[in-house]
Write a protein that binds this ligand. Structure first.
Ligand SMILES: [Zn+2]
Length: 462
């Protein structure tokens, strides 16, 4: 078998691995390149293999950098099955149409402003392509073996990264009745964080494709929930509204959970919490629905008829009319809205309204990439451009660090700890090169492994 790295090779987006075995071709993950324009241009590059000749796709999880190329693949003629876990299928029902909408909007905007080199500017894909991609989804339960092709089967193991996230354990028959296993880690989640079950340990395999996003990082000892409480209390003392920009999937639910616990324990007063993100509302409903994915504490809450991510003091605003009504709130209140890095979405309206008032608080709860408005705000810029207007930053801007859906370097080692056998070959994927080199060094020193770090386009013979 040959495996070609078509994405997330020495970078963190565009996850796509093409498996080729005689006349059979499959993709593990089918993600979009995101971030700077140079990255996003890679989404337009033709695949080395015709889309209609790809027989199947296996998805580790719903994040767009792992799934968002699927509508493009369908547009190019792919018509095979796309296997994923049932919660991933449900999340994609929200994420793929949203991604198509963003692509269509961007093309429309580029045509209006005339900044595209292409005339007319075209979207990478349209809503119809996203709908077609959704029709291709075939849910496969965790731990159930699924035939991918005669002689090749796989199963999903829980990875705790976001709802439905899985590792892919792929088994192929080789001569003499023997089997070889290739293990794709997908994105590896955290230990001891609320809501979802922990990642299942790596069992051992012949070949291991392992993510390395935080191969050189430690998330820290600080308790994010304690910092959250402290920041909110300080915000309440200032007498304004507390805005929390949060990613709609996973971070929003984690914050809701923490707020609920803090209020139940009396660490925070019971103040109104508003969730102003249509995708965040949908995702919260799905996190509630898939109870088999809940960890012990979450199950305990449910057995006591409590839903910590949808508590009684939570109000959701689906329509933009309801969202606008939040403008008249004069505190104390918490408004959670997307996007988490203030790159778009309803949070921009709230920032525009709340930033000029020093009583208000803006609390970031996730990583802020270079060049985003979120990054500029936490770096202390005194004014910021929102919807074409310069807005003075008078509100208190702060952050809660240590929240992440990805295992840090230490947790990556824990994930490997319970293996029953050593891999013959280890391939590091999904990480910036620096992080990957640090992890490779650690794996070499602590486990005696010699991992490779393939670049984009590299083909490995397995
Ligand atoms: Zn992910």
């Amino acid at each position: 078998m040959e495996i070609t790295v078509l994405g997330a090779g020495r970078c963190v987006t565009g996850s796509k691995y093409l498996l080729a075995c005689k006349n059979f071709h499959a993709l593990v993950d089918c993600g979009l390149f995101q971030g700077p324009a140079a990255n996003r241009r890679l989404n337009w590059k033709p695949l080395p293999h015709a889309a209609h000749a790809v027989n199947a796709v296996v998805l580790t999880h719903a994040h767009i950098d792992h799934s968002g190329f699927l509508p493009r693949l369908c547009r190019q003629g792919f018509s095979g099955p796309v296997y994923c876990t049932p919660p991933t299928k449900a999340l994609l029902g929200v994420l793929l149409p949203d991604s198509a909408h963003i692509n269509e909007e961007e093309a429309r905007y580029a045509n209006k402003e005339g900044y595209s080199k292409h005339k007319p500017a075209l979207p990478l894909y349209r809503m119809a392509d996203a709908r077609e991609a959704l029709r291709r989804l075939q849910p496969v339960a965790f731990h159930e073996w699924q035939e991918l092709h005669p002689g090749i089967r796989f199963r999903f193991n829980r990875q705790g990264h976001i709802l439905g996230a899985a590792a892919v354990e792929l088994e192929t028959k080789v001569s003499g009745g023997k089997r070889k296993t290739i293990y794709f880690s997908g994105d590896i989640g955290r230990y001891g964080v609320p809501i979802l079950r922990e990642p299942e340990p790596y069992p051992g395999s012949d070949v291991l494709f392992m993510e390395s996003t935080y191969g050189n990082r430690f998330h820290g000892d600080e308790d994010p929930s304690a910092v959250l409480a402290e920041e909110i209390r300080a915000g309440l003392d200032r007498g304004g509204v507390i805005l929390i920009p949060a990613f709609a999937i996973d971070r929003t639910q984690e914050i809701l959970y923490m707020l609920h616990e803090l209020m139940v324990d009396g660490d925070l007063p019971e103040i109104p919490v508003y969730l102003d993100s249509p995708m965040g509302i949908e995702a919260t409903a799905l996190y509630t629905r898939f109870i088999a994915e809940h960890d012990a504490e979450m199950r305990q809450y449910f057995s006591e008829q409590m839903n910590p991510i949808f508590p009684p003091n939570l109000q959701v605003t689906r329509t933009s009319r309801d969202s606008r009504k939040l403008n008249s709130i004069d505190g104390p209140a918490i408004i959670i809205s997307a996007s988490g890095m203030a790159t778009g979405g309803r949070i921009l309206h709230h920032l525009k309204l709340r930033l000029p008032d020093e009583r208000n608080t803006v609390l970031f709860v996730g990583y802020q990439a270079r060049g985003t408005k979120g990054r500029r705000l936490i770096e202390g810029e005194e004014r910021i451009r929102l919807h074409g207007q310069w807005i003075p930053v008078k509100a208190h801007v702060s952050r809660v660090s240590g929240l992440s859906a990805h295992a840090d370097a230490g947790e990556l080692m824990i994930w490997l700890d319970r293996r029953k056998r050593e891999p013959e070959r280890v391939v590091l994927i999904h990480g910036e090169y620096e992080a990957q080199q640090a992890l490779a060094e650690r794996l070499q020193k602590e486990l005696g492994w010699d991992p490779s770090i393939p670049d984009l386009g590299e083909t490995l013979s397995i």
